[in-house]
Design a binder for this molecule. Structure first.
Ligand code: NOJ
Length: 562
């Protein structure tokens, strides 16, 4: 029976319950045969995405870029990199996606630009103390001759967050800040032109009808005045380059712009912060609409830990009336099929254990079970391209092909993120597994494991036991009913080593078993299962370990009403 006490969110904006598919464009589909994914490739696969059943697409950066960090070093925010296509193609893709019922979210990279963005060479040329340099963080070095960086900040990619400039006359000059690679100078968000420039960039893409923006390093734009040292034992919740109050004013300004456009558009923040209260402040009603839930992504495969993180997520979002979101993998993290097959199933951004052994069958089983958990939870959900195919991390890429700057900057200690960015397998046993068109196409920009032939879309299509079928069925059920339910859940007491929750407003239960065999409730009807069930004594059905089922808890309830 529908629960009339709780508000029914059919009329709720799409971003409160959307399933959003992340397109890492260089690895999704290659349309022109150069071995790199592009807009033409995406366009040709729109029917696949529609059939998959997602609501929206998030594109990683496609702008003009020297690609020092795979496009997160933007040289022109208003144009498309020729590697991916043209602005006209992007405009057409947005329109076509809309025709397919898919919303479009683009990536906005405001913390830093490329060192080839016109502002940066201009700043270098203009010399010390020039207004052109004020758009960045140029500071004199410490030490007798300025030979030491201005402070002790470390780049997220390893090494100091500062690079010293050599002036036009060959003399060593000041240092500039880059929290990522040296090719990604940080912008100075205290500068009014930085603000107006990004407001204009927002309008540029809103005028091209995008439905939202994913904001890169959303917690990092503002820096603590004076750029003080971090010190020897920093408090992770009080770092001078993270979560500095002034950043909220930026988002309030952006929100006014977004809200001035018709339709439902949204900001999604990439907010990595240790404290829930800090995180929630980004989701206040006049700031961002939602943010990625990295606590969930980092959580180990453990009933109690998952329950805790779901609870804290729901609670923290409730305080600001924002929708929770759920994500298992993305282009920066180890693919969860591999993570879940390890002994330690947690993830940590500083994780350097990319080569740790993983049991593939266990990882796949858990990844399927986890998919049904995420797709049943209230709020928004992200599917990283290849999740729906059960792709594992590629752990044996040879050093020579690695392109992620973290590999080089860590002196090879961190193998980087290339292993989760390997081009998708679409079809057959061709050299590129259908990623690129025709036999004469260039090799994919990263080599695909030959074993991925068995994971390609055509191999999974129509196979009732495949990952792809599971995702398609789950997304269809989600669309048909779950997404429109009140955005709440109720835990059910299903015993230790299980995780069970109901969605008020429907006779629906999601039940996961983490160990042993668990009998299913006698009157329950199985709507979907992530793995085979077993017959038990007296006609009972048993749920094996690392398996999730979606149940209709009372006949003639959920499904017929939603
Ligand atoms: C977060 C992005 O997801 C990552 O890929 C990128 O390297 C950094 N931000 C820097 O832009």
């Amino acid at each position: 029976m529908p629960d009339t006490a709780a508000p029914r969110p059919e009329a709720a904006p799409w971003w409160r319950h959307a399933s959003i598919y992340q397109i890492y464009i260089r690895s999704f589909a290659d349309g022109n045969g150069d071995g790199v994914g592009d807009i033409a490739g995406v366009r040709s696969r729109l029917p696949y995405l529609r059939e998959l059943g997602v609501d929206a697409l998030w594109f990683n950066p496609w702008y003009v870029s020297p690609m020092a960090d795979a496009g997160y070093d933007v040289a022109d925010y208003r144009d498309i990199d020729p590697l991916f296509g043209t602005l006209a193609e992007a405009e057409e893709l947005i329109a076509k996606a809309h025709e397919h019922g898919l919303r479009v979210i683009v990536d906005l990279v405001p913390n830093h630009c490329s060192d080839r963005h016109p502002w940066f060479p201009r700043a270098l040329a203009a010399g010390p103390g020039s207004p052109e340099r004020d758009r960045f963080w140029f500071l004199p070095g410490r030490g007798a001759h300025g030979e030491l960086p201005p402070n002790d900040w470390q780049s997220y990619f390893g090494g100091p967050a500062w690079t010293r400039v050599t002036e036009a006359d060959g003399a060593p000059g000041p240092w500039y800040l880059h929290m990522f690679a040296p090719e990604q100078p940080d912008l100075n968000w205290e500068h009014p032109e930085v603000r107006t420039e990004f407001e204009d960039i927002l309008r540029f893409w809103l005028d091209r009808d995008v439905d939202g923006f994913r904001i890169d390093v959303a917690h990092g734009l503002a820096k603590k005045p004076g750029l003080p040292d971090v010190g020897p034992s920093p408090d992770p919740s009080d770092l001078p380059y993270q979560d500095v109050d002034a950043v909220h004013d930026v988002y309030r300004g952006w929100r006014r712009i977004l809200d001035s456009y018709p339709g439902e558009r949204a900001f999604i923040g990439e907010v990595w912060l240790p404290e829930a209260q800090q995180f929630a402040r980004y989701l206040r009603p006049d700031e961002l609409h939602s943010a990625f839930n990295f606590d969930f992504l980092c959580c180990p495969w453990d009933a109690e830990a998952l329950r805790k993180v779901v609870d804290s997520t729901v609670e923290v979002h409730r305080t600001v009336d924002a929708p929770p979101t759920w994500v298992l993998s993305n282009h920066d993290t180890i693919r969860h099929v591999t993570r879940y097959g390890r002994e330690d199933t947690s993830f940590d951004m500083g994780d350097k254990r990319l080569l740790d052994p993983s049991d593939p069958a266990l990882g796949r089983r858990r990844a399927r079970a986890a998919a049904l958990i995420t797709l049943a939870l209230p709020g928004g959900v992200y599917v990283y391209q290849g999740d729906e195919l059960g792709l594992p991390e590629v752990q044996d890429l040879p050093d020579a092909v690695l392109q992620d700057p973290t590999f080089v900057r860590s002196g090879g200690l961190d193998r980087g993120r290339d292993g989760c960015r390997v081009p998708l397998p679409w079809a057959g046993h061709t050299p590129s597994l259908g990623f690129s068109p025709g036999p004469r196409a260039a090799d994919p920009w990263l080599p695909q494991p030959p074993a991925w032939a068995a994971l390609c879309v055509t191999a999974q299509d129509g196979d009732p036991d495949s990952f792809l079928t599971l995702y398609r069925e789950a997304l269809a059920l989600r669309r048909a009913g779950l997404a429109a339910l009140p955005q709440t859940l109720t835990w059910t007491d299903t015993g230790p080593d299980t995780l069970g929750f109901d969605r008020p407003g429907a006779d629906f239960r999601c039940l996961t078993n983490f160990a042993g065999l668990q009998p299913l409730p006698a009157d329950a009807e199985v709507l979907l299962s992530s793995g085979p069930l077993r017959p038990g004594p007296n006609g009972a059905t048993l749920l094996p370990a690392d398996t999730t089922v979606w149940l209709r808890t009372r006949p003639a309830g959920w499904g017929s009403e939603c």
